[in-house]
Design a protein around this ligand. Structure first.
Ligand code: ZN
Length: 503
């Protein structure tokens, strides 16, 4: 459990691939767009199922649940962000009442998943709660996850942020922005674009993830209990989960690796305090939200199918299990093992039960697209987009449309992408694809503008400036696109100047 394991060959290869590049920023060569000569084939990892791996995030400290850690130089670990439309919708709905109870706006707080088998969660930057995939995989029900999120929100509300030097504040926002931008890129299959963005904030990230003191842990515990109370959610799950962690800590009493070597066990005292608070709460005996629980079981199966070795997934969800979560998990296991037909059979079993479930449609579309059948992927993806209007799925649909190499599909791809970037501007892969479509349609200035957007987002100011200038030369003055190009040029030029002055 505690041992960091490699989930599959691809992961290992991917990790090696990433490691070599993480500090040198983006690789512009993968993105010399504008040429439009070749349809960019995503890197192997970019073609993984709906969950997508991101650039490893260097992190020196874990929060939170398991302990306080010192801000000393510990070996950084590579991690990747997992983004998935269904998971994010679930996370938002599951945590929304708690966020409100904490006096914050749900739209200002994001709960994201990071690929790490360790059971943990942490807070960064004051508005992001990161939940490890290992925690979701080990949680028995949604109530347990809510207990964890409530605790993490307690850290946010308590302002438990260590500022270890000047400039940290600014650096933090840069880092987090790059994390999130990168996440958006990767979610849609732009492994390379995401890598570039992630590289920017790396150094800052080293020192900016948060560490918490014991006192802060207790205060977060109590704040979490308050949110659960206000939201009318039972503390049972929270208690169950803390006990689970405690048992694990006992089992792993001897430090076995860096992550556990720097943590300390949860004290029984801490759990006892919480028990007293929870048990007298009117919500203590309140049953769990069944609908949310059903969604949790799906998410969990999907996640396990995505991050685990296929053989492990098939052991946990054997063929004899005909439940929806089991079909879901197996679809990923087969897809990862390159058995597209078996994966499709599982997706079809899901769709037989719920023919218009947008995420089952998304899954089917993705399997088809990634097994070389972009044309067949269009119908299910189109329906999924219609049902959700979700930018992550929209970009996938555009990907399928462009991958058909059929010019009659480009107009729709352009339309879908324009809507997607309006809803989620910070998605380099969407801009990349938009650039490809414009180029194919002979609209060179707009292709240059899309390229400028992408470079600007990736923090490559010289390239952003160059592309924006090129766009302005071809665009009609005063139009919306011209003004946008002008803005990018201005901002990029200022950033270049500023950098020059600092030297
Ligand atoms: Zn904590």
């Amino acid at each position: 459990m505690n041992k960091r394991r490699c989930t599959m060959g691809l992961t290992r290869r991917a990790a090696a691939l990433f490691r070599g590049r993480c500090l040198d920023g983006h690789r512009a060569d993968a993105f010399t767009t504008g040429s439009g000569a070749a349809w960019h084939r995503p890197a192997p990892m970019a073609r993984l199922p709906i969950f997508a791996r991101a650039h490893p995030v260097r992190r020196t400290l874990t929060c939170a649940l398991l302990a306080a850690a010192a801000l000393t130089a510990l070996p950084a670990q590579a991690q990747s962000i997992l983004r998935d439309a269904e998971t994010e919708a679930f996370m938002a709905d599951m945590s929304g009442p708690l966020v409100k109870a904490a006096g914050m706006e749900p739209r200002n707080v994001q709960v994201l998943v990071i690929n790490d088998p360790e059971i943990n969660a942490f807070v960064a930057g004051g508005q992001y709660v990161w939940v490890h995939s290992g925690l979701l995989a080990q949680a028995d029900n949604v109530n347990q996850v809510q207990g964890v999120v409530a605790h993490e929100l307690g850290h946010i509300e308590g302002g438990h942020i260590i500022r270890s030097g000047e400039g940290i504040k600014a650096a933090t926002s840069v880092t987090l922005l790059s994390l999130v931008l990168g996440a958006a890129a990767i979610a849609t299959g732009a492994g390379e674009a995401g890598m570039g963005i992630m590289g920017l904030g790396q150094q800052a990230a080293m020192s900016n993830f948060l560490a918490f003191s014991r006192a802060q842990e207790s205060s977060a515990d109590l704040a979490g209990a308050r949110y659960l109370h206000t939201a009318g959610i039972s503390g049972r799950g929270s208690l169950e989960f803390f006990k689970k962690l405690q048992n694990q800590e006992y089992r792993l009493a001897i430090p076995q690796d860096n992550s556990y070597g720097r943590t300390h066990p949860l004290s029984g005292e801490r759990i006892n305090v919480l028990r007293e608070v929870y048990e007298v709460d009117p919500a203590w005996n309140k049953p769990m939200d069944r609908a949310l629980e059903t969604r949790f079981e799906r998410i969990k199966a999907k996640l396990i199918g995505f991050v685990s070795e296929p053989t492990q997934t098939l052991q946990k969800y054997p063929e004899s299990d005909q439940s929806l979560p089991a079909h879901y998990a197996r679809a990923y296991a087969w897809h990862k093992s390159a058995y597209p037909q078996k994966a499709l059979d599982e997706a079809d079993a899901l769709l037989a039960a719920l023919p218009h479930d947008p995420y089952f449609l998304e899954l089917k579309g993705q399997i088809l697209l990634e097994s070389g059948r972009p044309k067949d992927a269009i119908a299910p993806l189109r329906e999924a987009v219609k049902l959700t209007n979700q930018p992550l799925i929209s970009v996938l649909l555009a990907h399928a449309l462009i991958a058909t190499e059929d010019e009659s599909n480009f107009a729709e791809a352009e339309q879908v992408l324009r809507i997607a970037v309006n809803r989620d501007r910070e998605n380099p892969f969407a801009w990349y694809q938009l650039g490809v479509v414009y180029e194919r349609r002979g609209d060179t200035p707009r292709a240059a503008l899309a390229t400028a957007e992408r470079y600007s987002m990736m923090g490559d100011n010289p390239m952003a400036l160059r592309s924006a200038d090129a766009a302005m030369q071809g665009l009609q003055q005063g139009t919306k696109d011209y003004l946008r190009a002008q803005d990018i040029a201005m901002v990029s030029r200022a950033a270049i100047e500023q950098k020059r002055k600092k030297r």
